[in-house]
Write a protein that binds this ligand. Structure first.
Ligand code: CTP
Length: 418
């Protein structure tokens, strides 16, 4: 049985951590809740004790013979702090040890996840930014807060993400890849674009967004800053990812290119429509006409190919030798970002040959090729694929959860970034 420490800071979102606690206990984890003194003003000790089945205290002065200030951290497989207030983040970054939670954070050698929740002003304050950067540098996972309604009437970044999504991050962290994407910014596109015919109809596709969301969730769990460009997906936001919603291929292109400029890796998991109607009717097309009009299509931009092209153009002023010697960025030339470009290819036949040709055509580093149609891939929790590399290699990924496939993709991306 894994031992999880649930640290609770003094924020109103403490009540949501009761749900997080339930998710841990119901999936068989032993949870020790360590609230700060003031957190107990929001949710009291009996609630935590009853839900966890373990004793609960904020102090280092109780059960001293068991040396709890050291033992709890030493024996933990995971420490998750939710909500992590500005105060807890500051004390953790500063290495203070005034209560049981901060002692536990100092003695834990297992992965540590902070799920911050606070008002936007506090989250944006340079002191908090510096504390978050320090904690991330030390290998902790600090997941970005969700954007939305805060205490009172204000809205903005600072909400505690959905407990189920925090739990998913923790589950991936416990699965154990470590924070090998810490300090990296990755962009993932997910879902399927819709090309409007009129205000009520569109040309779309079957993509559910599950694979892209799994990529975003696993990247967060591995410490990355994640921008998720989401096209028409009906799934909850993954905790810690910045979600940009788009509808059409052209909107997706804008969002991906805007985020890609400072990204280490872009993974294009979205199913982007190749064509759109030449004309979109402003009003609903009525069936009164005797014969329907044909819908004429025009080509959409190929975002993946464009990313490859932008990178190639940025590389041009300097050759490999000059780049290796560090020239380029220091001389005002944009670095050849994104450093790793990953495409997906959905094929129904000649899967590998089509995949290899597509990788070359689109100038990406990795291409995840999977077979679709006949109930395969779309909308299912499982996937199987072959990842082709620009060097001519291939990695086979057997049928399994989309998150396992995502982890293999990030393994390959992390190896190329390091
Ligand atoms: N893609 C893109 N922009 C498009 C179409 C596709 O960025 N307009 C990206 C997808 O996100 C995916 C990859 O290209 O990563 C492959 O998409 P796929 O539909 O398999 O390839 P196509 O280029 O559309 O080729 P074809 O339809 O001929 O197989």
């Amino acid at each position: 049985m894994t031992s999880v420490v649930l640290g609770v800071g003094a924020g109103i979102a403490a009540y949501k951590s009761c749900e997080l606690l339930r998710l841990f206990t119901e999936s068989g984890h032993d949870v020790r809740v360590v609230p700060t003194r003031d957190a107990l003003r929001f949710v009291g000790e009996p609630t935590w004790a009853a839900l966890s089945g373990n004793p609960v205290t904020s102090e280092v002065w109780e059960s001293v013979h068991e040396v709890p200030h050291v033992r709890i951290g030493q024996h933990a497989d995971l420490v998750v702090v939710a909500p992590a207030t500005a105060d807890v983040l500051a004390r953790a970054a500063g290495g203070l040890a005034g209560d049981l939670l901060t002692n536990t954070l100092l003695t834990a050698r297992c992965p540590v996840v902070f799920a911050p929740a606070m008002h936007t002003e506090m989250w944006d304050h340079p002191a908090t930014r510096a504390n978050v950067a320090t904690l991330r540098e030390r290998g902790s996972i600090v997941i970005e807060p969700a954007v939305g309604r805060l205490t009172g009437a204000d809205t903005g970044p600072g909400r505690l993400p959905d407990p189920a999504e925090i739990f998913e991050v923790c589950r991936r962290v416990l699965a154990g890849r470590g924070a090998d994407l810490a300090g990296r910014h990755v962009v993932v596109s997910a879902g399927g674009t819709r090309e409007a015919i009129d205000p009520v109809r569109f040309i779309g596709n079957h993509s559910s967004g599950l694979q892209g969301y799994a990529l975003a969730r696993t990247a967060v769990a591995r410490g990355a800053e994640v921008t998720l460009v989401s096209a028409n997906v009906a799934l909850p936001d993954p905790a810690g990812a910045k979600v940009v919603r788009v509808d059409s291929a052209r909107r997706l292109r804008e969002a991906v290119l805007a985020a890609a400029g400072h990204a280490d890796a872009v993974v294009m998991a979205a199913a982007v429509a190749d064509f759109r109607p030449v004309r979109t009717s402003d009003t609903k097309i009525k069936k009164s006409a005797a014969e329907p009009d044909a819908i004429h299509l025009t080509r959409n931009p190929d975002v993946l190919a464009e990313l490859g092209e932008i990178r190639r153009a940025r590389r041009e002023p300097y050759g490999d030798a000059e780049r290796a010697a560090g020239r380029g960025a220091s001389e005002g030339v944009a670095p050849p970002y994104p450093r790793v470009i990953v495409g997906f290819a959905a094929e129904t036949d000649d899967v590998l040959a089509n995949g290899r040709a597509k990788l070359e055509r689109k100038g990406c580093d990795l291409l995840v090729v999977n077979q679709v149609g006949h109930g395969l891939a779309f909308g299912t929790p499982d996937n199987a694929a072959v990842v082709l590399t620009a060097e001519g290699g291939s990695v086979e990924i057997p049928r399994g959860p989309k998150e396992d496939l995502a982890d293999v993709v990030w393994d390959l991306v992390a190896a190329r970034l390091s």
